[in-house]
Design a protein around this ligand. Structure first.
Ligand code: SDX
Length: 393
């Protein structure tokens, strides 16, 4: 082995890049997008404004925001060949699998996106196309899973309302937009929009560092996010809460199960690589869950189980010693469920929220002309040995 490498499995102590996009302080539980505290953005901004902020670095003027939103609205249609692909997907196809494959397929319709020397105008057009079309592809992946007719996007609706319309409208009846649901979705997408060098964002950067297209890089990020230890955790949290409910609601029993080293079960939605304090997003989502359920007049027993589980874990030495707190995924499923999002779509909503962050990080990596990512290793295999013919084996 020539030279020395420092082994850092999981990159726990490795700075992979320099970035001006998102600031995290894990000890203090601080999260800021381009310097703006997440608490203020969640309360006062909207998803497309936050997307603009992350990607272009500053809050847009009204004109800039209107133009950005108008461009996105007028790019939500996908090529009819993409719609025809849905005819080939089995209804059992997981929406995350459809999302990653169809996002990658966009390179077929926009071949200039493959050009690493593309103009900034071409890059911006691909960014608009991706933010616009992910909502259509995501909603259609759900409709495909339940065998309902696809709803084409509408240009008279804002981004979140249009997504909800495409998800839940039926050609046989009028679809009513519920402002409480739209506001809850906006807030959730803002809270998921970026999180510095997490697993899926690092994947987008690594794939993009090979001069892969934005579509190909984001498609790789979707697959990383799908992992149950990462974005897939929100779906796992809901399944865990339902299992605890079916098991009679004995939360302490499940906390003890999560502590048992002979049991692979982990308390999903708990713990974080960076936050060794409350995940600031979890605090906001926990309050929003209360507000949304009250506004919709829903009494969800799973919220009570989640609150009891949180209390049991936060007072248990095993969790306290390891600084394990609820993360972004712990309460988000309660809100998704309250606004009618089916469990298998939870991680898709995470991907839709994280898309502006992936785009911003890919763009920053490309603008900084960062080298192709290629880590080294500590070799632990066989020393040199000679080939043996099969007759001697
Ligand atoms: C996201 O990186 C990001 O920013 C991610 C994210 C984003 O916005 O992009 O925030 C989104 O992915 C949130 C995390 C969602 N995942 C889960 O909720 C799954 C459950 N949590 C864990 O598996 C775990 O906490 C991780 C994956 C989140 C973090 O893992 P680490 O940092 O590698 O920590 P670890 O696995 O080394 O755990 C340290 C100790 C271990 O015990 P010991 O070996 O010290 O005895 O804590 C234990 C772990 O067994 N532990 C848990 C636990 N999480 C950690 N024990 C029980 N239940 C848990 N949830």
């Amino acid at each position: 082995q020539t030279g020395y490498v420092t082994l850092d499995s999981g990159y726990k102590n490795t700075g992979a890049t320099k970035s001006a996009i998102t600031f995290l302080d894990g000890e203090e539980g601080i999260l800021r997008y381009r310097g703006y505290p997440i608490e203020q953005l969640a309360e006062r901004s909207n998803f497309l404004e936050v997307a603009y902020l992350l990607i272009y670095g500053s809050l847009p003027t009204q004109t800039e925001l209107d133009n950005f939103a108008h461009q996105i609205t007028t790019h939500t249609l996908v090529h009819e060949d993409v719609r025809k692909i849905f005819d080939g997907f089995p209804s059992a196809a997981h929406p995350m699998g459809i999302l990653s494959s169809l996002i990658c397929s966009l390179t077929a319709f926009y071949p200039k996106s493959l050009d690493p020397n593309q103009s900034p105008e071409e890059t911006n057009l691909n960014i608009i196309r991706l933010i616009a079309k992910i909502s259509t592809i995501a909603a259609w992946s759900y409709k495909n899973s339940v065998g309902h007719p696809l709803n084409y996007p509408r240009n008279d609706l804002d981004y979140c309302s249009n997504f909800l319309y495409m998800m839940f409208a039926f050609p046989t009846e009028k679809y009513e937009i519920n402002p409480v649901v739209v506001s809850a979705l906006n807030k959730l997408l803002i809270l998921h929009a970026d999180h510095e060098q997490n697993c899926s964002t690092s994947t987008v950067r690594l794939v993009g560092s090979a001069n892969a297209s934005l579509y190909g890089s984001v498609s790789a990020g979707v697959n990383a996010l799908w992992g149950p230890l990462h974005g897939g955790a929100n779906q796992e949290v809901m399944e865990m809460l339902e299992a605890i409910q079916q098991d009679g609601g004995n939360t302490q029993k499940w906390v003890d199960k999560a502590k048992d080293k002979n049991d692979s079960f982990r308390l999903m939605g708990f713990g974080h690589r960076v936050y060794k304090n409350f995940d600031p997003r979890a605090k906001i989502i926990k309050k929003a869950a209360d507000d949304v359920l009250k506004a919709l007049g829903i009494d969800d027993p799973l919220l009570k189980i989640a609150q009891e589980l949180e209390q049991a874990a936060l007072t248990d030495p095993y969790f306290v010693e390891r600084k394990l707190y609820p993360n972004v995924d712990f309460y988000s499923g309660i809100i998704y469920r309250a606004i009618g999002i089916p469990t298998e779509m939870f991680t898709v909503l995470f991907a839709m929220g994280r898309l502006p962050g992936w785009i911003a990080q890919w763009k920053e990596m490309r603008e900084n002309k960062e080298p192709i990512g290629r880590p080294r290793q500590i070799y632990t295999g066989e020393l040199e040995r000679d080939y043996v013919g099969i007759e001697q084996r």
